[in-house]
Design a protein around this ligand. Structure first.
Ligand code: GUN
Length: 294
């Protein structure tokens, strides 16, 4: 089958342009410049790259951004104090705490400490709950980015079988919920598979849409994919490489070379879901600036 790429990089660039124009209009009308703050703890290579990407995109769109860094040994108390400070800082419209956090800090405690009206990651239980019920909220960035990508390519989703691989709070669970929502994209019959699932291969083979978010490099093979399926790869494992300058290669959860020829559409890694995640965060920040979330 002749497959088409779901080009997240190109779509994100287009949305970035739209957001830039909107920010210019807001500023020209005397409105407030949207302001995103990001807290980064430690020096995890992936987190460094993601946060740098977020700060850079803020600049390009015309947002204000603030990066707050801590070493690995920051105490939970100190981090919670900073969260509280950002909650009360009227100039900061939204902020994120980049995950993962070191093991001595409770991620859940930190997530719940963020004022849900500034939770542009959409991780707070109020936003997760509102999303589940279909109320206005901050949608978590990766799932929202995936749905936007499907929308811009006009992928049919109504009545389709969507198999989500992975049950994480930041991707698997919310994207499954969103794909089943009565809307477009959505209206899917959703199956969530995870590391304990039996018949995982059979499930995948019956899928019209596969969303792979396990974090296991090249887990999805050609013999697991139906002819004509749409495959979305959320994996971003850094594998050592002697070929690249950085010394690693970003590797998805899908064995692209053998799976792609069976697909109607497939996302590349990198350049698929990743750029869409950042752009969704920017959209949420703009929403936060407009104070549209009650
Ligand atoms: N770690 C991996 N993805 C994300 C994300 O979308 N937001 C934050 N804060 N941390 C992450």
């Amino acid at each position: 089958m002749d497959y088409k790429l779901l080009d997240g990089k190109a779509v994100a660039a287009q949305i970035k342009q739209e957001l830039t124009e909107e920010v210019s209009r807001i500023k020209a009308a005397g409105g407030k410049t949207p302001h995103l703050a990001a807290i980064l703890v430690g020096h995890d290579g992936g987190s460094e790259t993601y946060v740098a990407g977020k700060v850079k995109t803020c600049k390009e769109i015309g947002f204000q951004s603030t990066l707050i860094r801590y070493e690995d040994d920051v105490t939970e108390e100190e981090l919670l104090r900073k969260v509280d400070e950002l909650n009360r800082d009227a100039d900061v419209d939204g902020f994120i705490v980049q995950l993962p956090l070191p093991p001595h800090i409770s991620e859940q405690k930190v997530i719940e400490a963020v004022d849900y009206r500034k939770d542009v990651d959409g991780f707070h239980p109020v936003n997760m709950g509102r999303m589940a019920v279909g109320l206005p909220c901050f949608l978590s960035a990766t799932p929202a980015g995936i749905l936007e990508l499907l929308k811009r390519y006009e992928i049919e989703t109504k009545g389709k079988h969507c198999v989500v691989l992975g049950r994480s709070n930041i991707v698997g669970k919310p994207v499954a919920m969103m794909m089943m929502q009565k809307s477009y994209p959505g209206d899917c019959t959703v199956t969530i598979c995870h590391s304990r699932s039996q018949n995982l291969k059979e499930m995948c083979l019956s899928a019209d849409i596969i969303i792979a978010a396990l974090g296991v490099p090249e887990f999805v093979k050609a013999d697991m994919v139906k002819e004509g399926a749409v495959v979305v790869d959320v994996g971003t494992t850094r594998l050592p490489s002697s070929v690249t300058r950085s010394g690693y290669k970003l590797t998805g959860d899908v064995k692209f070379d053998e799976v792609a020829p069976k697909c109607s559409y497939i996302t590349p890694v990198p350049g698929g879901v990743g750029p869409m995640t950042i752009i969704s965060l920017m959209r949420n920040t703009l929403l936060a600036g407009k104070q549209l979330i009650p």
